[in-house]
Design a protein around this ligand. Structure first.
Ligand code: PAF
Length: 296
């Protein structure tokens, strides 16, 4: 696995691969990798000739008072995970490489960035869309892999790729969970034993609602109620919403199309997000979004 820190070195490494017609897969991350990232890298390695992983803690997607300064890091562990999962190139840029002096151009996502996390993290998706667009321009991947846990992020990025004619397929990979259901997240590192136990309420609530949906309960208010009852163990629920997976608009009646039940909650000072997909037909489950590239 090659490690590069500059855009020039990255481009020099990728140029011959592209010239040979190799299929390039890309997994953008912010580091402190876990098995969720491992799964994305493995999926890319299985489907592409070369897999590029970036680790870049992107300051522009953090708001004032958020955890940019304390975000966990372990570069040595990350490198080992990338290597074992099959990455060929690890891109580790400094902030000045991505945002050089004078930087002033951003990608402004539209309505999809407004509900759910967007309501509580103003500017977050602008920062995500901007850095992902920049990384796409640097790597020029054929496929880019994202985890379903950041569901709204996947919807915003898919829209951006379509709207800006980026020739990349966005592949969304189902959330990886601990044996007891807790969604893997770099921020789980903030949880002590008691907080982790309470954090489990989030996945328990969402998975209970999904089980009820699969058993035939399709009334949105009832599904939300089932999840809310179990989420009672967290310190505060920031949002718990059932939304249309295409436009992220709230569903209030019977769920008759693929929906996402999304939650953000605080356990102590740790903010965690999770979601489940409710698909009326089996054909809608599995990889959520796969292919926005016109040639896909
Ligand atoms: O999901 C993340 O880790 C980040 O939002 C991403 C996509 C790497 C952009 O900084």
């Amino acid at each position: 696995m090659r490690i590069v820190r500059t855009i020039a070195d990255l481009r020099a490494l990728l140029r011959p691969l592209r010239a040979e017609g190799k299929r390039i897969g890309f997994v953008p991350t912010m580091g402190f990798l876990h098995e969720g990232h491992g799964t994305l890298i493995r999926q890319s390695a299985a489907r592409c000739d070369a897999t590029i992983v970036s680790i870049f803690l992107n300051p522009t997607q953090f708001g004032p008072g958020e955890d940019l300064a304390s975000y966990p890091r372990d570069l040595e562990k990350d490198q080992n995970l990338c290597l074992e999962a099959g990455a060929g190139v690890l891109f580790l840029p400094e902030v000045s490489e991505i945002y050089p002096t004078g930087f002033q151009t951003h990608v402004e996502p539209g309505r999809l960035a407004e509900p759910l996390c967007g309501r509580f993290r103003p500017g977050h998706f602008r920062g995500v869309a901007t850095v992902v667009a920049k990384l796409f321009n640097m790597v020029q991947p054929d496929l880019a892999f994202f985890g379903q846990k950041d569901f709204q992020q996947t919807v915003v990025i898919r829209r951006m790729a379509r709207d800006l004619n980026m020739p990349v397929d966005i592949v969304v990979v189902p959330t990886v969970r601990e044996a007891d259901g807790l969604a893997l997240s770099s921020r789980n590192a903030y949880l002590d034993e008691d907080a982790r136990r309470r954090a489990l309420c989030i996945s328990q609530g969402l998975l209970a609602a999904k089980a009820a949906f699969d058993a035939g309960e399709h009334a949105a208010p009832r599904l939300i109620e089932i999840a809310r009852d179990l989420l009672a163990g967290v310190d505060s629920i920031q949002y718990l919403e059932l939304v249309d997976t295409q436009n992220l608009e709230p569903l209030t009646g019977q769920v008759d199309r693929t929906a996402a039940l999304c939650a953000a909650a605080y356990v102590g000072r740790t903010r965690l997000i999770d979601n489940v997909l409710l698909a009326p037909s089996a054909a809608d489950s599995g990889l959520v979004l796969n292919g926005n590239h016109p040639n896909a």
